[in-house]
Design a binder for this molecule. Structure first.
Ligand SMILES: [Zn+2]
Length: 331
């Protein structure tokens, strides 16, 4: 009896399967699927636009990676993508208008957008401000006795290095913070944001593991940084930052400080002086000539092209890894 029932059920299943095949073959099924998909697309496109403004290039790229499957999420970049760190950016009237119209404003945090502080307080009370540094463990800001902070616009959080986007592990943490902020603004898509964040963060973390592998295989681990944007990348690779040439984006080091740097580099013989394409490297070149320590330019991803593909961070960080490996690890 049991057997017959099973046979009968199998026959029904077979019938259903055949019915499905016939429906598909006769074109009954496909239009139904397309109609359902069209319905979903229509529902998605008829949703009111969620206006998101991200302050600068890496934060914008992370937000795009999280929300790329949501056509109703419009993510604008506040400052030009080629500008690099917005340490001393002055917002235009158009920038302020963009901010005032946003549902969500995403910032790097840790005082990097000091220029925004006074404007954030004037935004409509229902604007969601997402601080992407939330949940990250920041590194302390590099400082020197003769280094003046006059003109340094890292704002109230000067004690921490704000360039968290340049470390893939910290970038993954930023991605989760941004996904949580978008979910707060758009709760119906919360699981989609979370899933996109998990997938993206997994790719970033695998780059971070590669950095750590390169650092652990390096014969020499000492480096000097031109600017402290590369401090997270260096720390994640297990490299030892002997010194930072220019901790202040605006003020150049004094002649006395340059002499001290030369002396320290000669004494400690770091493996590399790391420069950034976003920063003039004249001082680093002078130090390299004086000390015969090689220069290497790595991109901390503070800037990028306006039409950067979603995979831009992974591609550039992979190039950074290759360059570091070639310079630090003997074959
Ligand atoms: Zn910077």
């Amino acid at each position: 009896m049991k057997y017959m029932f099973r046979r009968a059920r199998a026959a029904v299943n077979r019938c259903c399967l055949w019915g499905l095949c016939i429906a598909m073959c006769t074109g009954l099924f496909l239009p139904a699927v397309l109609a359902a998909e069209e319905g979903t697309a229509l529902r998605e496109s008829s949703r009111p636009t969620l206006r998101v403004v991200a302050t600068f290039f890496p934060v914008h790229l992370f937000a795009r990676n999280i929300a790329h499957s949501r056509p109703y999420v419009q993510i604008d970049l506040l400052i030009p993508p080629s500008s690099g760190c917005p340490h001393n950016y002055s917002p235009s009237p158009q920038d302020l208008q963009k901010l005032a119209q946003a549902d969500v404003v995403i910032i790097n945090g840790l005082g990097l957008e000091a220029f925004l502080q006074e404007y954030l307080a004037t935004l409509p009370p229902d604007t969601i401000i997402v601080d992407a540094s939330h949940g990250t463990s920041p590194l302390p800001q590099q400082a020197h006795d003769d280094h003046s902070h006059a003109g340094c616009d890292h704002g109230t959080a000067k004690a921490y290095n704000p360039h968290i986007f340049a470390g893939p592990r910290q970038a993954a943490s930023m991605v989760y913070a941004i996904a949580a902020g978008l979910a707060q603004a758009d709760p119906r898509a919360a699981s989609a944001y979370q899933q996109a964040a998990e997938e993206y963060a997994a790719r970033l973390l695998s780059l971070d593991r590669r950095l750590a592998e390169i650092g652990s295989a390096a014969q020499q681990k000492g480096v000097v940084l031109q600017h402290d944007a590369l401090a997270y990348l260096a720390a994640n690779a297990g490299l030892e930052v002997l010194d930072v040439i220019q901790t202040d984006a605006e003020a150049s080091p004094s002649p006395a400080r340059m002499l001290e740097l030369t002396r320290r580099i000669r004494e400690h013989r770091p493996a590399l002086i790391l420069t950034e394409p976003q920063f003039p490297d004249k001082l680093a070149q002078t130090l390299a000539q004086e000390t015969q320590v090689p220069l290497l330019s790595l991109d901390p991803l503070a800037s990028g092209p306006a039409d950067a593909p979603l995979s831009y961070y992974e591609a550039v960080m992979a190039v950074n890894c290759n360059l570091l490996e070639r310079s630090l690890v003997q074959p």
